[in-house]
Design a protein around this ligand. Structure first.
Ligand code: FAD
Ligand code: NAI
Length: 468
């Protein structure tokens, strides 16, 4: 047993864990964070948000140079790809970000306990590191071990030809063809990266629509636009097997409801059918920590598990698997641990798909409101009627605002269009503040900006947009 006793040991240094550790240290708690990877930052910084956004930005620049710069009168001649340089940029961005967390830990006096953490019991964490196992005493334990990609029987991942997002972020060459299993966020983002770089991408989706959690109109529009870019979609279809013969992957597909088998082959298969909480080897059984049916750790409003002094946040508990959700939970959890109060409004967590155009949502979808029997009004405005979007040559998409029919309170907002991910922020703030659509419509929006689309959509809720 180590001589050091902590107030808090966080297990996992993803956006949930590292942010919680920094906030706890700010609040005066003696804090350590256990991480078994060679670098801090979790899935998000190492193999998730950050490297995927680096490749999305770089590949979008490549596509722009090929397809859009000429319209602006910029001639670049023939455009060619330097994939190793693109990957090197991504790796540099990851390195800077993960090293940044190490710096922040040092600055805030958070100890990094290197190795695999295990809960021995409430108040004790064992860390299996390079030089053996060390046990630490701590008043509180926060589990922030995140998630891992979901496997599919019959599809054996080798991270070379049959890859998860991790392999898809590091392919050594541009495949001629790629089958993406799962038309969710990862499939569309990483499918977009390789499609822009020259791969023929086919998305196989089990359901009859892509992006199942999002507003239906957004999903339909996204599919139309991505199909125009060259992505192919096979909806209501399941992959029953994928076999790598060393040169190609042979796939068998079937209609989701059963029926005739179809064969396909591809250079690379990306498996992206969701992620599952990661609790392997954590000792939760012996510590008596309860899981739900989907193996997520069950917590109360203080993020405390059924065992006093053991807490959990982020992808390992219920809710959207998003970095900013994990971060906010981490902050609120440790603030409450330190005696403060806090809350998270799960209706005001934005979700963004970083394809081009981007797809962004906050609050309820039309489908959810209909199911819940809530009467609502809809205001919509297209980017094609926005001056800035026309100047950019990026006029696809629209913003849609859903407001309560009686009170006009903003219930949901959905945008597909250029920079939708940045634009959604004002609407997340509006939902958080309980604003009405009129509040948004009467807020002065700078001209000419893309955000005027939001203002016009808010005006459209009351049937009075100005520019259509
Ligand atoms: P994680 O980030 O998964 O971190 C958990 C950490 O715990 C890991 O480093 C792991 O090594 C460590 N760990 C696990 N068990 C132990 C143990 N026993 N001992 C020590 N360490 C342990 N979300 C967004 O909001 N925006 C995006 O753009 C986005 N893009 C994504 C792109 C991809 C390709 C992927 C895969 C995910 C993306 N996500 C995105 C989701 C986001 O990465 C997760 O929601 C987020 O990382 C969850 O944070 P977390 O702290 O809960 O866990
Ligand atoms: P997802 O849940 O977004 O999408 C999975 C898709 O696969 C769904 O459409 C589902 O219907 C489909 N599917 C499930 N089983 C299938 C099968 N057998 N055959 C064909 N299709 C099947 O999961 P994804 O894309 O793997 O991402 C995992 C998580 O990572 C998400 O929860 C997401 O929140 C997070 N993430 C967030 C990003 C962002 O915020 N921009 C980017 C990437 C990931």
């Amino acid at each position: 047993m180590s001589n050091t006793t902590y107030d808090l040991i966080v297990i996992g240094s993803g956006p949930g864990g590292y942010v919680a550790a920094i906030r706890a240290a700010q609040l005066g708690l003696k804090t350590a964070c256990v991480e078994m990877r060679a670098t801090l930052g979790g899935t998000c910084l190492n193999v998730g948000c950050i490297p995927s956004k680096a490749l999305l930005t770089s590949s979008e620049k490549f596509a722009e140079a090929q397809h859009s710069l000429a319209m602006h009168g910029v001639k670049v001649g023939s455009v060619s790809l330097d994939l190793p340089a693109m990957m090197a940029h991504k790796d540099k961005v990851v390195k800077e970000n993960t090293a940044g967390i190490e710096f922040l830990f040092r600055k805030n006096k958070v100890d990094w306990l290197k190795g695999k953490g295990r809960v021995v019991t409430a108040g004790q964490v064992a860390v299996e590191g390079a030089s053996g196992t060390q046990t630490y005493a701590t008043k509180n334990i926060l589990i922030a071990t995140g998630s891992d990609s979901m496997p599919l029987p019959g599809v054996d991942v080798d991270e070379k030809r049959i890859v998860t997002s991790t392999g898809a972020l590091a392919l050594a060459e541009v495949p001629k063809s790629m089958v993406v299993i799962g038309g969710g966020v990862i499939g569309l983002e990483l499918g977009s990266v390789w499609q822009r770089l020259g791969t023929k991408v086919t998305v196989v989706e089990f359901l009859d629509r892509i992006l199942p959690g999002m507003d239906g109109e957004l999903s339909k529009t996204a599919q139309k636009i991505l199909a125009k870019q060259g992505m192919e979609f096979k909806l209501s279809t399941k992959v029953t097997s994928a076999k790598n013969d060393g040169k190609k992957v042979a796939l068998t597909l079937e209609p989701a409801a059963g029926g005739a088998v179809e064969k396909m082959d591809a250079d690379v298969v990306l498996l992206s059918i969701g992620r599952r909480p990661y609790t392997e080897g954590l000792g939760l059984d012996t510590a008596g920590v309860a899981l739900d049916q989907r193996k997520r750790i069950v917590v109360d409003h203080h993020f405390q598990t059924n065992v006093k002094g053991i807490y959990a946040i982020g992808d390992v508990i219920a809710g959207p698997m998003l970095a900013h959700k994990a971060e906010d939970e981490g902050v609120v959890c440790v603030e409450m641990m330190a005696g403060q109060s806090g809350h998270i409004n799960y209706d005001a967590i934005p979700g963004v798909v970083y394809t081009w155009p981007e797809i962004a949502s906050v609050g309820k979808t039309e489908e959810q409101l209909k199911t819940e029997g809530v009467a609502f009004k809809v205001g919509k405005f297209p980017f094609s009627a926005n001056g800035r979007a026309r100047a950019m040559g990026d006029t696809e998409g629209f913003a849609k605002i859903l407001a309560d029919a009686k009170t006009d309170r903003l219930l949901g907002a959905h945008i597909i269009g250029p920079d939708a991910g940045t634009m959604i922020a004002e609407l997340a703030l509006a939902v958080e503040f309980g604003a009405s659509s009129e509040d948004v419509a009467r807020t002065c929006h700078a001209h000419p900006t893309l955000n005027e689309v939001v203002k016009e959509a808010a005006l459209a809720v009351d049937g009075r947009p100005l520019h259509v």
